[in-house]
Design a binder for this molecule. Sequence first.
Ligand SMILES: Nc1ncnc2c1ncn2[C@@H]1O[C@H](COP(=O)(O)OP(=O)(O)OP(=O)(O)O)[C@@H](O)[C@H]1O
Ligand SMILES: [Mg+2]
Length: 510
Amino acid sequence: MGAFLDEIDLLVRSRHAVLYVVTHEEGRLEDLLFGQAHDQGKKLFGWTADRGLYEYLGHHEPGKGIADMKPPTEVLREIQRTGTPAIYLLKDFPAFFDDPAVVRQLRDLAQDLRHKYQTVILSSPKLALPAELDKDVAVVDLPLPDAGELLELLRAVCVELRRSDKEAVALSKGDADALVQAAQGLTLSEAENAFAKAAVTRGVLDRKDVELVLSEKQQVIRKSGLLEFHPPDTSMQDVGGLEALKQWLLRRGKAWEPKARAFGLPAPRGVLLLGVPGCGKSLTARAVAQAWKLPLLHLDLGRVFGGLLGSSEENMRKALRVADGVAPAVLWIDEIEKGLAGGMSSGQSDSGTAIRVFGTLLTWMQERAGEVFVVATANRIEQLPPELLRRGRFDEIFFVDLPDACARAEILGIHLRKRRREPSGFDLGGLAKASEGYSGAELESCVQEALFAAYDNGRDLENEDLLAAIDEVTPLSVTSAEDIARLRAWASTRARSADPSPEEVGEARG
Ligand SMILES: Nc1ncnc2c1ncn2[C@@H]1O[C@H](COP(=O)(O)OP(=O)(O)OP(=O)(O)O)[C@@H](O)[C@H]1O
Ligand SMILES: [Mg+2]
């Protein structure tokens, strides 16, 4: 957990004396802070509204209370008074933020302690920082446990299991690493539960439990409500056209190899897919994870902003923390602009909150070390904040246009094959010609309609059915021609074409 302590250290050295750590893992925080205080020759004090102020004498060893000081204003006054180099962990302190005296005192303290060796840490599972404290209190997330911490936990669990039954554990070093990797993205106590559950299911903890721990993790993450593991159900072969994009992705995929890092390549960060509805943006997002053999996490922005799950800023931080924990992974943010618009207009959150939540996402995208690849999709450019498009957030921005004739033939082929029809039995060239201006989604529904018609007529699918279905549809490119033209004009200077074949360029622009 070096990174977290380094961040705290950096904040302290840049004269931030009051920090707000958001975490459910209080015990782990105590442990980390005790180690830090010990290394720096400082004392660690704790405070709760119930116990008052006490000193930690060892790991997990809060000593006797040294003073009553249960009222929050008293403990703050005490910290201000003494000059002992120390870290003060004030638990659930944010619960007192609605008292103006407390807020005022904290602000004064933040200024006073800038030149002293005292650090105040407010901890709470929730993030609720009043605007008055924005400048004086730095918010830090306690990241989820890293592989080292989880391995330590697994060791402790194994020792415990072996104590009652010598045969209860059958793990090689490799198996243990696989279990640890499966548990990444969980808190320590969640991981402990998952390991324990896995151990009792078949009476032994072994390699086969990797699956169990993985599915336990998926459930835990689903319960958090914002992120969802997406099953790997789409491959690059399911995506027709978009050759430039596919090639770019396959090339970037190689940058995940450790060898590539040694070679000097940065970890891939993300891609933004903009474009015409129904042309394969979401489809490609799902295919990336499978192509790279990484887990796919879907971030539901609508829910982040929905307000049903509590503070949206906290939700966003939580989701990003889990994504960081699961890394390496692909984080899919679908229709990124809709989440934003929802946040702006929903009654629950004012536009200030929406901007802050989005800021959280942007900062994370800018500052994270890598290992989480973001695939964001959007089709309404007016709603995209310019900051999102700035260099550095994404490795590349692609514009996904309507498929050209060649891509249309490919897409028809893909969907025929999905429905167990051999594409070579149809005149794909002719069908592609007849469907100029059709999106991938529209082509798919033509295949579907044609199948219905054939079934209705009591025979197998024929080329004529497909032609008739194509003839029936008025594509979006006709009904929304202006929107699409605007999108193209906008993208021509800002995004790279996902399929820049000469034919397509001629067809689309002409
Ligand atoms: N390039 C394509 N190749 C194969 N199938 C496609 C393609 N584009 C679209 N489809 C089909 O249409 C469906 C909808 O496409 P998708 O969800 O990827 O569109 P989108 O670009 O994300 O649109 P929106 O902007 O409306 O979200 C896909 O699930 C797939 O079946
Ligand atoms: Mg989509």
